[in-house]
Design a protein around this ligand. Sequence first.
Ligand SMILES: *Cc1c(COP(=O)(O)O)cnc(C)c1O
Length: 408
Amino acid sequence: MLPRAAVQSLSLFSSDKVNESSITLSDEEIRSLAARFGSPLLVVDCEQVRRQYHALKAALPGVDLHYALKPLPHVAVVACLRDEGAFFDLATTGEVELVKAAGIAPDRCIHTHPIKRDSDIRDALRYGVNTFVVDNPEEVKKFARYRKRAELLVRVSFRSPNAVCDLSKKFGCEQGAVLSLIEQARALGVRVRGLSFHVGSQATEPSKYVEAINACVGLYGEALLAGLPALDVLDIGGGFPVSYNEAVMPIDEFCTPIRAALAHLPKHVRVIAEPGRFIAAPAAISVSTVMGKAKRNGSMWYYLDDGVYGSYSGQMFDHAKYPVRALKESTELFPSVLAGPTCDSIDVIDDNIMLPELEVGDLVVGRMMGAYTWASATDFNFFRRAKVVVVNEAPADSGRVVKLKTHR
Ligand SMILES: *Cc1c(COP(=O)(O)O)cnc(C)c1O
């Protein structure tokens, strides 16, 4: 659980211009946050979390959205989604602890890690989560002793070589293995409720979902023909894309073919999804400070107090490239290098970026940095992870005063 640091409040002027895919703080507001809370910061905007949640909800009517905690496991995000009526997707005992602390009802949660220790299963069951995911016979066996309480989804693999992160390489069973896993579970007295898949994170086009949904519709029919109990849940996973430096399809357009494919499902099937990135990515910016500069081989090098071992870790683990800019107006830009603070030479955010001439103390802002950034940051070299500052915790219509909280 993330300890709560200072809780403070201050009034911010809500920015009038609303950028679809970015948090709505003005440069002045960002400067005042850095002055107040220090650097580096990860500024999380709950208004963005709500906006993304409702955009996906509108694009997938009737689909229950389970926020996958992994990309931004922060209690403020969880609490904000709780208030919007969201469901949750957990994979570890740490995530179970986090939703518990946020007062989430366990029947709003599923546990989707395909590979679990017995202790992971017991921790989730003890909290009251009773839907789990399996993708192999060894995992099915683990549920024999919990047959009275646990229900299963079988995760099927649909490879997506085009997705930035192909999650069906590591997890998921072959389509041909689905019926035998369901039969194995039935022989052990364990109920299988349905199927799940994850087409891969930051999916480039919706066709993989359509293909996977159609295959699952076929498998539901085959299970019935084989005399197995009717399956009544379909989990279409996460993967919904956001725009970093390149535009992606707007979410409603992206989901149009997915909606059409879901219409072929039998009416009794409850459809759920596990969005992570789509909700979290646009909800945070990184604010860091130039702590030194040097001219090397004709370019200016700026050393920030955050880097690829910190909030920019997604450049390594998530293959992401974030829109980064200096918080300084200038007409003249120079080819520059932006580096992180550690003593490792790999810690370079961008080795060819056009920037104004910066001074020690100037601020640099990375946008679209809510997903797979702070979550995978390290304290390498004793440069501590960015402090999280939460803005707009309460919905906008509840008043002009913006509550700020910092968390480590
Ligand atoms: C990571 C993960 C998600 C979230 O995926 P996004 O691509 O961030 O939407 C959902 N479900 C499972 C099982 C995951 O591992």
